[in-house]
Design a protein around this ligand. Structure first.
Ligand code: UDX
Length: 421
């Protein structure tokens, strides 16, 4: 059986953004360890340069002509629409070339790179969807239209009017927590869906997906960074912060990181690259800069997983991207949640109300609001309880990726499924 798997080539198509490339490369690694041959089809835009950890992998480039500035100018959703149009022809060329040398090919594509599903269908190749967001966010996108039966033409209007209300059957999500776009999953074409989650985190959403929303198998095989770790950073990690952390007391530091995409106002944040129009810390007053350099440490790009694993880190102020959420829970670190868009609000709500390991900060930010959130998480009894729950969830996650655990078993089932396709 192993030999048959070795002959099957999986072509993986990631969205060219850090939060999508990382889990896709971790998935690639996990499947390679199971004996599959791997090809990664990447755009020129945000090209991931593989390290020696990926020497047995084949990398091919989808030719496209997207200007580098498009992402910031268009915003994520419009950019993805354009990307899908732009990549169609280039991906067909890549696949055509590959099929001259190789049979037994299967495509695994990020759900937002749906052009790859359409091309697979054209070439009559089996294809599988990979979701890098939570199962709950996936369910919300799947039922988006059904949630607004009286307002299908303008769901956003209804969503805004009812924003504080709980969504029926989606407790504890409120309308304002919903991601405001639909799923692109093509149930007619895809043969299964892989989700980067574990059943101990989202059993209800996974059951709903498996039993009601999708007629194809769903494989929860995450957190993938715990299943198969590999260096996946697009930017160089500045590891000097670890030396600084080594000098700090246990659980005394809050790590602040807002992922790779969120852009915000200067009044909210000072991380270089996260503020429109700013590259470094030029916006800080001299006095504030001095306080920060005495009591904190700023880098352009941190080795996030290493930082979260450091004993000095007692809390994580995050935008609640799904990777950051999984990485924080995976190290037992409770969070202050400041979500911006897409699936992040769903994750924040689950952190605060379901897993009870987070404090969500809503509305306008000011000194008092920040101070209260920090005190609640870092020095209150309530924060201590959150830390205990986070540590217990960490153990459950670790068990789920070990021999006999749910994600471990699900990965094995997926491998058998792919061998039979
Ligand atoms: C985006 C969406 O925002 C997110 O909600 C979705 O689930 C995936 O795509 P992003 O905003 O980049 O992702 O956030 P996140 O999912 O948290 O991924 C960011 C990744 O960058 C994490 O793996 C994190 O470890 C890494 N990172 C971030 C670093 O390694 N160093 C940093 O300094 C900041």
């Amino acid at each position: 059986m192993e030999e048959k798997a070795a002959r099957r080539r999986l072509v993986l198509v990631p969205v060219p953004a850090q939060g999508h490339i990382s889990p896709m490369m971790q998935l690639a690694k996990a499947l390679h360890l199971k004996g599959f041959s791997i090809t990664v089809a990447q755009t020129k835009f945000n090209y991931f340069s593989p390290s020696d950890d990926f020497t047995d992998f084949q990398f091919v480039t989808i030719q496209e002509t997207l200007p580098k500035t498009d992402f910031k100018n268009l915003g994520p959703l419009q950019f993805l629409l354009k990307l899908n149009k732009e990549c169609q022809v280039g991906f067909k060329d890549c696949l055509g070339q590959l099929l001259l040398r190789q049979s037994n090919v299967c495509i695994i594509y990020d759900e937002f790179m749906y052009f790859a599903g359409a091309t697979a269908k054209e070439f009559k190749l089996p294809n599988i969807i990979f979701s890098t967001t939570s199962a709950t966010a996936f369910v919300c996108r799947s039922v988006f239209d059904k949630l607004f039966p009286n307002n299908v033409l303008d769901p956003l209007k209804e969503l805004r009017a009812r924003k504080e209300e709980l969504v029926p059957e989606f407790h504890p999500l409120r309308y304002k927590d919903l991601p405001i776009y639909r799923n692109i999953v093509d149930k007619q074409t895809a043969s299964s869906v892989i989700i980067n989650t574990a059943s101990c985190l989202e059993s209800a959403s996974l059951s709903s997906l498996q039993q009601q929303q999708l007629e194809i198998p769903v494989y929860p095989i995450g957190p993938l960074h715990m299943v198969a770790s590999a260096p996946t950073s697009l930017l160089e990690e500045n590891k000097s912060c670890i030396e600084w952390l080594n000098k700090q007391k246990k659980d005394s530091v809050i790590f602040i990181s807002l992922g790779s995409l969120a852009l915000m106002e200067i009044s909210e944040v000072i991380r270089p690259g996260s503020v429109s129009g700013s590259e470094w810390t030029e916006s800080l007053s001299e006095e504030f800069g001095k306080i920060v350099s005495e009591r904190g440490y700023i880098v352009k790009w941190a080795p996030q997983k290493e930082v979260l694993a450091h004993p000095a880190v007692g809390g994580f102020w995050s935008h609640c991207g799904w990777n950051s959420t999984l990485e924080s829970i995976g190290e037992g670190v409770p969070m202050i949640c400041r979500p911006f868009s897409g699936d992040q609000k769903v994750n924040a709500r689950f952190l605060e109300c379901v897993w009870k390991i987070g404090v969500q900060v809503e509305g306008e930010l000011n000194r008092g609001v920040v101070e209260r959130a920090v005190r609640r998480l870092m020095v209150s009894e309530e924060g201590e309880e959150m830390r205990k729950r986070a540590l217990s969830l960490k153990e459950r996650l670790r068990a789920s990726v070990r021999d006999g655990g749910s994600s471990h078993n699900s990965l094995d089932e997926f491998v058998h499924f792919v061998k039979r396709l």
